[in-house]
Design a protein around this ligand. Sequence first.
Ligand code: V47
Ligand code: SF4
Length: 383
Amino acid sequence: MIVTQLDLADVLKRSDLDPALQKIAGKVKNSQRITDDECLLLFQKGELGFVGALANHIAARLHNGKVYFNRNFHIEPTNVCVFTCNFCSYSRQYKHRDEGWEMSMEQMMDMVRRYDGQPVTEVHIVGGVHPKMNLEFFCELLSRIHAHRPDLHLKGFTAVELDYMFRKAKLSVEEGLQKMKEAGLQSLPGGGAEIFHPDVRNEICADKVDADGWLDIHGTAHRLGMHTNATMLYGHIEQYEHRVDHMSRLRALQDETKGFNCFIPLKFRNKDNDMSHVPESSIIEDLRLYAIARIYMDNVRNLKAYWPMLGRQTAQLTLSFGVNDLDGTIDDTTKIYTMAGSEEQTPAMSTEELCDMISAVGRTPVERDTLYNELKVYDQEPA
Ligand code: V47
Ligand code: SF4
């Protein structure tokens, strides 16, 4: 059952609508870009049904009812971290490393070997920033995984991890990325972006790479022919203006490089971290944000709802608000959101479950690879 009640034609007929919102609806109809001020207006005044109708229209135009997922697993080498992001429930400082985990090369290779003969297409490698796990260590890991399983797409390391590794190795961003690429790294995940604006960044994650550093790493990766993802951690202390600023910087880089594969809004979860006093956003606000991101980010084709963080029911709802990708099967290999209080305490979904979730809202499930090549279209009846 599809949730959104209005379609774009209904919206354009409404005589009671604010003229500025009417203008935005007209722009969406004509495939025109909206401005930063218009994006802010959508956050301030766009009701859920209105932004949902616009976002749905765009998603239908781009993807014609298809919703993507992939078969993947994560490796989280460590949760020991030199940084102290206030929203993080996952990391442990080096001096408390006995409370955390540090995987050896062999343990990580054992994880990879566990998937021998299984049709996974991607491994996602992300963790804390361990002072003793350096560029050389991770290049060896990449080469060994690649040698063992050349068909597996290696996506790994946030700009935060890379910035630290490259600085320690005294390499430029380009030199560092080139080395990792040679070792087998194919794309970068979108983490570490949080909120770019310094007024917020200095409050929530003051000590890690700043906005310019994050954007430089992703822009350089794009110029070296790698694709990357982009995220935004929302629903904490940021104002609507900060969201617009964040998406505006991403949209500008994408105009230049066209290297972002997808945009992933990440909902702040407040369990067991230094921001536990900050309430989580409501589902209505979550859905409005996804819809507005779909309308504003006109040059990033894919909008991902990462189900282990959002919970599968909310993730399913986002499919009627512009989202066309749910990420993957995960196989209970990530702890970031489990530890931050997500309802998904053992995040794993079979392809059947993912397909059912997608077809139940009248969309067509499509298995993709990391670069959004279509691997299989599942034409099944809604559950
Ligand atoms: O940068 C950490 C976020 C990110 C919390 O590219 C939190 O496909 C909410 O970026 N509440 C890392 N979010 C994970 C990440 C990611 C995940 C899945 C897919 C992809 C992709 C990227 O997790 C961090 C931060 O923004 N995070 N703690 C928290 N309490
Ligand atoms: Fe470390 Fe990442 Fe947690 Fe920040 S979000 S403390 S960089 S693991």
